[in-house]
Ligand binder design. Sequence first.
Ligand code: M6R
Length: 364
Amino acid sequence: EKGGYPDFMMKEIHEQPRVIRDTLSGRLADGRLSIDELDLTHEELNLIDRVYVIACGTSYHAGLIAKNLIEGWARIPCEVEVASEFRYRNPIITPTTLVVAVSQSGETADTLAAIRDARVKGAKVFGITNVVGSPVARESDGVIYTKANKEIAVASTKSFLGQVVSLTLLALLLAQVKGKFKTNQVRLLFRELADTAEQVEHILSDTAAIDEAACACKDAKSALFVGRGMGAAIANEGALKLKEISYLHAEAYPAGEMKHGPIALIDEGFPVIAVATKSPVYDKLVSNLQEAKARGAMVVAVATEGDEDIRAHADHVIYIPKVRDAFSAITASVPLQLFARAIAIERGCDVDQPRNLAKSVTVE
Ligand code: M6R
């Protein structure tokens, strides 16, 4: 049932191109996006003036990526909040607030409680889940299914990509409804989004650079994951994957924050894993990497194919295909999943069943 792969995690990582295709299938007709399951009229969608994404763990990280798109494309203020925090404070919710609850299992206790609370306060709630008929699906006003199929490894991989793609569609829909994009732009963005399936296949076809970088980092005590903009959001998921399956301490920081504290950690050989893909903040990130390298960091950079300059600032470079910055989470997350897995395997860990963790967290 592992389909010839050594573990479920590897099998699920390799299913991601299929997840992207299935999540997008049938979503665009005549230049118009349709997410009919949301059950909101064009007018109701147009009135939305605030979005909260609530979730836990990896699903929360998918929300951090979505914030960039919802604010950047649709120009709607968007906050991303851990469900266990959201439910115990008094967030500002009005009838034009949209709450997007993201949960692979669809049964995470804190996320469910946050949904109930948000609905009582009058928000519209969309669920994004992988499990048909799950509590999150049943208790939300509308639901998008991530089409990842059953995920067995405790560490989420394919369901994360399904969440990111679904949230990207939602952001695109909101932008279209708000009149921010013309039909041709929506078509172009949708096509580029669909192309990421092939780009992920390409990443999966040659993992030599990832394995080499993992080998160099496997004995570290701690690692920093850094990025800026989209890269900062992606770094969070990279760090979580590494700590949950390899028990190597990892933290994510927006690269610009390093000099405000974490740079004190860096000494000879300290691993700094950077999401260094081409983006509007690429040059800023490179200067942060120079600061880290000057203090002895061992820099692993996930970079855009063709970027030879990055070699001067990194000890290991993992190249990935060029995509628009908005879609970089889809491609850049994949080498970070493989990197975490390779380190965990080197350290003799059970990548499918990490200690102390359960696939769904149905208690508070
Ligand atoms: O089922 P959910 O998406 O609600 O689960 C949330 C987290 O428990 C989950 O993402 C957890 O962080 C995973 N182990 C991540 O790999």
